[in-house]
Design a protein around this ligand. Structure first.
Ligand SMILES: Nc1nc2c(ncn2[C@@H]2O[C@H](COP(=O)(O)OP(=O)(O)OP(=O)(O)O)[C@@H](O)[C@H]2O)c(=O)[nH]1
Ligand SMILES: [Zn+2]
Length: 207
């Protein structure tokens, strides 16, 4: 499993980033490549729209996951049991074909004195989803980032996703989900904790 976390790059930091105009020209080239007339009325503004959409869909390269998780809370009255956020819907793009992946992430951790703001976990998913991804990398990146920043007793991540590159092209197989998991700490060591994680995802009543 490739757990490499893309290096945080700030918007101005990459000297080799093409300009907006160059990116729009590249879209015009693709329009011509598919057989379109990039000058026809309906397409005149399309390159600018596509680049704007890319800014949003790939905003993750300018987001620092560590900063997203930065603030933790310690005053949780001694709560030590599992915290599970399930069904975090996300949209991403596969790094092989640059077409959408859509799915759900289920993320749990066993606190060791500190907890995260709940919204920060969904923000973390978005930061990684808004980059080119493989499902395996994204799963490992989320687990490693939470483990690294929060240092809980363990992290469990499960992602279920559909890859449009398998639906719209190639094998053209609708409805198959890919499931990936990553476990650290107690979840990695103890089969019972993993079982409770799976139980809570499916039934909501692990104990
Ligand atoms: N492991 C993994 N594979 C993925 C993911 N997303 C897409 N793929 C696969 O990446 C592979 C790329 O295979 P290639 O043979 O290089 O490319 P291709 O000719 O477009 O492959 P086909 O999709 O089989 O037509 C395909 O099998 C895809 O299904 C992912 O998140 N993880
Ligand atoms: Zn693909």
């Amino acid at each position: 499993m490739d757990a490499t976390i893309h290096k945080f790059r700030d918007a101005s930091g990459r000297e080799d980033r093409p300009s907006r105009t160059e990116a729009e020209d590249a879209v015009r080239t693709l329009l011509r490549y598919i057989g379109e007339d990039e000058m026809r009325e309906g397409l005149v503004d399309t390159p600018a729209r596509v680049v704007k959409a890319y800014d949003e869909m790939f905003a993750g390269y300018d987001q620092d996951p560590e900063q997203i998780l930065g603030r933790t809370f310690e005053d949780v009255s001694g709560y030590r049991d599992m915290v599970l956020i399930r069904d975090i819907v996300f949209h991403s793009h596969c790094e092989h074909h640059m077409v959408p992946i859509h799915g759900r992430a289920h993320i749990a951790y066993l606190p060791d004195g500190k907890v995260l703001g709940l919204s920060k976990i969904a923000r973390l998913v978005d930061a990684f989803a808004h980059r080119l991804q493989t499902q395996e990398s994204m799963t490992a990146q989320i687990a490693d980032q939470i483990q690294g920043v929060l240092k809980p007793q363990g992290v469990a991540v499960m992602i279920e996703a559909e890859h449009m590159c398998m639906v719209m092209r190639g094998i053209r197989r609708e409805g198959s989900d890919t499931v990936t998991t990553a476990f650290t700490g107690t979840f990695s060591d103890e089969v019972a904790e993993r079982a409770r994680f799976f139980d809570l995802i499916r039934t909501g009543s692990g104990r």
